[in-house]
Design a protein around this ligand. Structure first.
Ligand code: HEM
Length: 515
């Protein structure tokens, strides 16, 4: 049931004690918000009783209304009669071209109607429950625990770990997607939609550990381990992470030294793990340990539990992805029963390496969408911001930037979809053998595209890209997250006239021959 008000009715609410505004055809009572408004009381009062859409769009990002709107919304512009019609769930795409992958506006051979329904359900959830709070969670460097349960109940966790036995899935999948038909497009669509929130830290917090820590158990774990862990993790009741990297060995997996000494029916584990995503709050750790000879033939995977004596974690101070709980983990004489061995003893290397493909595929999806977020935000901003008498988008130097950003994002998306299709045609063993190389190359393509787009978007947003929150919120955060450099680039390339403005001036002088 939605209250409808005429423009004339709204116009009568135009004072400090009774202040309404219209924004995008919705009516907000901002009387009690006046003194809290971060932009000040005066600007809001000046707009009272009017349609303030244009001014609003000029100063805010779209997340502001999603966060504050529900508490202030009182109705819509209409006939003044009460209307009982329910809002229909419709297929919504970005307001700008290239703001969504092409399959969402044109044809594609890959996606079925069921993928579209999945996409709509995840998008609605993310728009309402995640995006409006990313800034708050990033600043707090953590997510409220309740959100993990909400995400699980929405069925989203079941979509980010690859194929799972439907019996082990606690909730229905988003959009009614059939649990028996899980395919690579499901994780592609879901992670892509999650990443629209524009926060690597939030995406990693929600599924960074799960997406790489759970698959080894799903694919290689005993029935005992599957029953113990999978359902609870997909239900959002327990958190799992992957612990491979050590202070002295990361991608060079064969050099790992964390030791699991055989003591008959259990192992005694000693060692350190570093940069472990979700490690700060995880209940379970899928850990690479040395059970045998040096090199890759002596490695195993073990499930270690937080409540086992000798396990401790501390939060690491990182330059980006703040809420993801990056941990330094120590194992000191931890007694781990042999039932917690994942796969066979000394056969861990193969498991770890095949899991890398899954991890890289997830990173590719995120990086490609984050690059697209840079395109989308830049296009929206460039269409409204005016400099030197015209919109940013009308300056050739800005159009050139946008063109290069878009061509890279679209090329990366096309390769991503081509590889997802290949993965769909292969059994997991063949995937590991034949797709490892292309996936590694595509990862470099996607992260370099993301890095390029984050830099160019920062230049387009100017000063807004080096203040946390507000209109440049997503761009500032993504630029900080893509390389982990805290906006060093922006501090020096934007003030004093951005590079683009400076270039324009210099070239003008060359034209005039007045250097
Ligand atoms: C429902 C109505 C509104 C809400 C919930 C709201 C909320 C906010 C919030 C949360 C901020 C700080 C974050 C940000 O910069 O994005 C802000 C800043 C601001 N708002 Fe609003 N606002 C509303 C309406 C308006 C209107 C109608 C105007 C202008 C007529 C306005 C002008 C401004 C200005 C100038 C700033 C400061 C921007 C800056 O720091 O660059 N707001 N508002």
């Amino acid at each position: 049931m939605v209250n409808k008000y005429t423009v004339e009715q709204v116009a009568t609410h135009n004072s400090e004690s009774d202040c309404w505004v219209i924004i995008h055809d919705k009516v907000y009572d901002v009387t009690n918000f006046l003194k809290e408004h971060p932009g000040g009381k005066k600007v809001l009062l000046k707009a009272s009783g009017t349609d303030a859409t244009k001014q609003f769009d000029a100063f805010h990002n779209s997340g502001v209304l999603a966060q504050y709107g529900p508490g202030l919304l009182i109705g819509e512009v209409g006939t003044g009669q009460e209307d009982n019609s329910e809002e229909e769930e419709e297929w919504k795409t970005s307001p700008v071209a290239f703001g969504d992958p092409m399959w969402q506006t044109l044809d594609s051979p890959y996606y079925k109607e069921s993928h579209k329904a999945l996409r709509t359900a995840v998008r609605n959830f993310v728009d309402k429950e995640i995006t409006p709070y990313c800034h708050e969670w990033d600043e707090a460097k953590q997510l409220p625990m309740a959100i993990f349960k909400k995400v699980a109940e929405a069925g989203i966790l079941g979509c980010v770990v690859g194929k799972v036995d439907p019996e082990l899935m606690p909730y229905d999948l988003p959009g009614g997607f059939n649990k028996d038909e899980l395919d690579p497009w499901v994780s592609l669509v879901t992670v892509d939609e999650l990443s629209r929130c524009g926060s690597g830290g939030v995406v990693w917090s929600i599924c960074g550990g799960l997406g790489i820590g759970l698959p080894p158990i799903i694919h290689f774990g005993s029935d005992y381990l599957k029953k113990k862990v999978v359902r609870d993790c997909l239900a959002g009741d327990k958190v799992i992470c992957l612990a491979i990297t050590e202070p002295t060995a990361g991608s060079d997996v064969a050099s790992l030294v964390t030791e699991a000494r055989d003591e008959g029916d259990h192992y005694i584990v000693n060692g350190e793990k570093k940069w472990i995503t979700n490690g700060v709050f995880a209940d379970y750790f899928t850990v690479a340990v040395r059970t045998g000879e040096p090199g890759f033939n002596g490695l195993s995977l073990l499930l270690i539990e937080r409540n086992m004596p000798g396990v401790s974690t501390r939060q690491m101070k990182c330059s980006g992805v703040w809420p993801s709980g990056t941990a330094y983990v120590t194992f000191e004489d931890v007694k781990v029963p042999k039932e917690n061995l994942i796969g066979e003893e000394n056969q861990g290397f193969r498991l770890i390496v095949s899991n890398f493909n899954q991890e890289r595929f997830g990173i590719i999806i995120q990086a490609t969408r984050f690059a697209r977020v840079c395109v989308e935000e830049s296009l929206i901003y460039a269409n409204k911001r005016r400099t030197f008498g015209k919109r940013l988008i009308d300056h050739p130097v800005i159009r050139n930037k946008l063109g290069h950003m878009i061509r890279q994002v679209e090329a990366t998306q096309a390769w991503l979809e081509a590889l997802a299709y290949q993965a769909q045609q292969m059994e997991p063993e063949e995937q590991a053998l034949r797709l490892g190389g292309p996936i590694a190359l595509l990862k470099a393509q996607s992260t370099q595209t993301f890095e390029f787009c984050a830099r160019e978007a920062s230049q387009i947003f100017g000063g807004l890209s080096y203040t946390r929150g507000g209109q440049g919120e997503k761009i500032e955060r993504l630029a900080r997250e893509v390389r982990g450099k805290p906006t060093i680039t922006e501090y020096y390339t934007i003030p004093g006239g951005s590079e683009e403005v400076g270039f324009g001036k210099a070239i003008n002088r060359i034209d005039l021959n007045t250097i």
